[in-house]
Design a protein around this ligand. Structure first.
Ligand SMILES: *Cc1c(COP(=O)(O)O)cnc(C)c1O
Length: 406
């Protein structure tokens, strides 16, 4: 095809219309900068009629998680124009993340769920690719078949382990734990967010596991901040630590980290993309997510404290806008574990303000821009850590409007 024909073909695409001319150069075609900037000007949400909103609620997958910072978006953009070898990238980024998080090794996964699944696969297969290819069909494979967890830690995400074909063994007390351990036990898993709902805490869990030489995994998906949680559980002695990249760290929403013991991370990677006949092939991450997450973690360690102070200021701004409304009470709090960022609860006396939390949420949702937050009977609560800076002003004004409407 001659260049002229190629260009003719391209000009019928709506995106290329008006950008490419007969004089378009090869650089413009391959660099794509002008095409990208035109695409960036497109408001695809508007074009497709998709409702967008200010997220004052939480980092929830069904609400598309969190927003990436400019540094992360730059990493994604800059890395998206060249090729590299995926394993080399994982080796080198993994080494950097491991260093930042005081782990022996690390690898980027497609979310914390994927980290849990790949970690389990690595524990089962060891460094044997033939075994890895058999997962999740464990019968007759010579692989161990059970993972032990505390009943109080059942938060549903154990499905990531079950995907590997293991059976979950649920226990409550130390005695039950000791009895449950057998030559079928592959791993002992701990869900950090439910620490307070389990009888056995971190140190005791590790002590029993070490005594029986059983690998341990901990899910700390939403437990950063505090910043030091990035290394706390590696230092404590968990063999595998699973972290989400798309929560407060604000890396790509479909990214996560599996970190821990060198041999186990290497084993987990046998089941990971790009290797094809494995359970993890569908849990693909590409260079943009891998580098984006690396930058997000590095940034979080550098700027996490500064950001915390900014979140407090945002919360104070909203609190000040509503606290003098008659019948309204405010409370600032930080959850003890999981999503431990500043929250603002706004509650009111229904005798003075005859409104339900749901009515306020609906009013805010239907505004422009819409706002999503948490609500109870006579209260609403919110976070600011995943907002675009400045959105707290809109949120403050809108909540005040809704609460002074009656
Ligand atoms: C969010 C979350 C996950 C899943 O994380 P993804 O990165 O979305 O896969 C797993 N466990 C806990 C405790 C979580 O909060």
């Amino acid at each position: 095809m001659k260049r002229r024909d190629l260009l003719k073909g391209l000009t019928v695409l709506p995106l290329a219309g008006g950008i490419l001319s007969e004089s378009a150069t090869g650089a413009e075609l391959s660099g794509g900068a002008s095409v990208v900037s035109a695409a960036a000007k497109r408001d695809l949400f508007k074009e497709l009629g998709i409702r967008t909103f200010i997220n004052a609620r939480a980092t929830l997958t069904f609400m598309t998680g969190s927003l990436m910072q400019d540094e992360v978006l730059d990493a994604i953009n800059n890395s998206s124009r060249r090729y590299c070898m995926l394993d080399e990238l994982q080796d080198k980024v993994g080494a950097k993340i491991a260093e930042l998080c005081h782990a022996e090794a690390a690898t980027v996964t497609s979310g914390a769920f994927s980290a849990i699944m790949l970690g389990t696969a690595g524990v089962l297969s060891g460094n044997d690719p033939k075994k890895a290819a058999m997962i999740p069909h464990l019968a007759g494979s010579g692989m161990k078949t059970e993972v032990i967890m505390q009943k109080g830690h059942n938060i549903g995400y154990y499905q990531a382990m079950q995907n590997c074909g293991v059976t979950m063994v649920w226990i409550e007390t130390r005695e039950e734990l000791e009895q449950a351990i057998s030559d079928k036990t592959a791993m002992m898993a701990f869900m950090n967010c439910n620490t307070n709902s389990g009888k056995i805490k971190h140190q005791e869990w590790l002590e029993v596991a070490k005594k029986h030489n059983i690998p341990t995994l901990i899910d700390i998906a939403a437990d950063v901040p505090p910043i030091e949680n990035l290394w706390k559980f590696n230092e404590m002695g968990f063999d595998l630590v699973c972290l989400s990249g798309g929560k407060a760290i604000r890396g790509p929403q479909s990214s996560g980290v599996l970190m821990g013991k060198k041999d186990l991370i290497a084993a987990a990677r046998i089941s990971a993309s790009p290797r094809a006949s494995t359970i993890g092939r569908g849990h693909k991450v590409n260079k943009e997510e891998i580098l984006g997450l690396y930058v997000a973690i590095d940034r979080f360690i550098r700027k996490g404290e500064e950001e915390w102070n900014y979140w407090l200021k945002q919360i104070a701004h909203i609190e000040n806008a509503v606290k003098n409304i008659k019948g309204v009470k405010t409370r600032v709090f930080v959850p003890e574990i999981a999503n431990a960022t500043p929250n603002l609860e706004i509650s009111w006396d229904p005798a003075i303000l005859p409104l339900t939390g749901e009515q306020v949420q609906n009013g805010l949702r239907n505004g422009d821009p819409g706002i999503e937050l948490n609500f109870g009977k006579n209260n609403i609560s919110l976070v600011t850590f995943i907002m675009v800076p400045g959105e707290e002003k809109i949120v403050a004004t809108r909540i005040r409007e809704e609460l002074t409407k009656v």
